[in-house]
Design a binder for this molecule. Structure first.
Ligand code: GAP
Length: 444
């Protein structure tokens, strides 16, 4: 259960996100909707940068992975075949006294609404027997609301990839081993969502399915574990806060032969950030059986036809974004004043640089405006003339902007400007072309 100062950190982060336009509560003016969140101007930008960073690593920089954008709504049979209708359940209990509903396997991590200092177990709550609760959201296709028109909002993006395996293989002429990557919304009717955007009912996944020969599954499983670890390092996360967790036999999903989670130490404890799974030929095998479509693969390198094994890397986009925010949040006391810094990597920071004239006179705003207009063509930059320059720096530090460019008296003599680094606070004088080169190097 989260301790008081852990809650404080999350409370401060939630409040910063609202204040600076990262994340707002969904439908806030109607009192909000539990576990649903909207990304504001800076949040939308950060999310887009994060997705581009993943997409670039997974598709643009590789010859062996193709991209896909499948529909959220799929044929309902897909979810019977995949095992989600029968098995995508969480164990649930109800409290007979306060009517609250809990996940039976997480009773030590939640609080009793009647006694928030205690978990339902510590409070000796009057709990019902464990029931299985299916996490898929149901809706109806077309005007008639009966069981024949029931369809599901996808609980993972992966199935959209499996049902398109033949389409992508045939149209791209990729040969095994190759992968298919997808970013998209997924929906789970979680019993206990919470911890801000950590566990929500609507979220985005960044998933990649890599199709391999069954004899090479373990080699590729290790390869993808290494790749994903390196990706988080390149994102600039504090690697001391990341660790691997291997799934024991009782944790393995119904489709997995082996699974490792990358966990991050959030203010509320170590939790899963991404899963790397060996899904064997379970998915393609099941879809082959259900549809009669031949998922077998053969080319000149193999003696026998085989149904490919799948190594999956499955990351939550919102959860990675939360990880970036938790990792970047920092408080520093400067001259007796508490200052907040969001130390996001320049690669994903929503605003790459802010441009300021030191004062609103002597031609400084005109010069700064020109610099801003020219940088804007290549980078997301922000122009600010209002308030003392120290205040403007502080606002940008809190918003996660890594660099501030200030036009001052000397600029008008030699065209150099100061470029201030958010994290070192060092200021270096540069002319406009050097600034462009610098930002190119740091932000791309
Ligand atoms: N296709 C495999 C799969 O979906 P998962 O472990 O259930 O595996 C993968 O989910 C990732 O999706 C998780 O590691 C997490 O980052 C994210 N995720 C899952 N459920 C989530 C939820 N309710 N809210 C936010 N992110 C979630």
């Amino acid at each position: 259960m989260a301790k008081k100062n852990e809650n404080d950190t999350m409370d401060k982060l939630v409040s910063l996100c609202k204040r600076r336009g990262y994340i707002f509560q969904s439908s806030e003016i109607y009192g909000g909707l539990t576990s649903c969140w909207d990304y504001g101007p800076l949040g939308a930008e950060l999310k887009r940068n994060l997705k581009n960073y993943w997409w670039d690593a997974m598709t643009n920089r590789r010859d062996d992975i193709e991209g896909l954008d499948a529909a959220i709504l799929m044929h309902p049979e897909v979810w019977h075949t995949s095992g989600h209708v029968a098995e995508f359940n969480d164990p649930m209990v109800d409290c007979r006294t306060c009517k609250a509903r809990f996940r039976a396997d997480q009773l030590d991590q939640v609080r009793c609404p009647n006694k928030p200092s205690k978990s339902p177990v510590e409070n000796n709550c009057d709990l019902t027997e464990v029931k299985q609760f299916n996490l898929m959201f149901k809706t109806f296709m077309g005007p008639v609301e009966d069981s024949s028109s029931t369809i599901y909002l996808r609980p993972e993006t992966a199935q959209g990839i499996y049902v398109n395996f033949l389409n992508v293989k045939n149209s791209s002429r990729q040969k095994i081993p190759f992968g298919i990557a997808q970013i998209g919304k997924a929906f789970r009717n979680e019993i206990t969502p919470g911890n801000f955007i950590f566990r929500t009912r609507e979220f985005e996944q960044m998933e990649m399915q890599f199709f391999v020969h069954p004899s090479e599954d373990e080699k590729w499983f290790e390869y993808w574990r290494e790749q994903r670890w390196a990706w988080y390092r390149s994102l600039g996360l504090n690697m001391d806060k990341l660790r691997w967790h291997e799934h024991g036999p009782d944790e393995l999903a119904h489709y997995a032969k082996a699974a490792y989670d990358i966990e991050y130490e959030y203010p509320f404890g170590w939790q899963e950030l991404e899963g790397v799974h060996n899904r064997t030929d379970f998915d393609l095998g099941r879809h082959q059986e259900a549809t009669g479509k031949d998922m077998g693969y053969k080319d000149e390198r193999f003696e026998e036809k085989f149904v490919p094994y799948i190594i999956e890397t499955s990351a939550g986009c919102d959860r990675t974004l939360l990880t970036l925010l938790c990792d970047a949040y920092d408080e520093v006391e400067i001259k007796g004043e508490k200052r907040v810094f969001l130390r996001l990597s320049p690669k994903v920071a929503p605003i790459k640089a802010a441009v300021f004239p030191l004062v609103k006179k002597d031609g400084m705003p005109e010069f700064a405006e020109k610099v801003y207009q020219s940088l804007k063509k290549q980078f997301k930059v922000f122009y600010d003339v209002s308030g003392a320059v120290g205040r403007r720096y502080a606002r940008m530090d809190e918003a996660g902007t890594p660099y501030c460019i200030t036009v001052d008296g000397q600029t008008l003599e030699d065209e150099t400007m100061t470029l201030r680094d958010r994290d070192t606070m060092e200021q270096t004088r540069m002319k406009a072309p050097e600034i462009v080169e610098f930002l190119e190097q740091k932000c791309r």
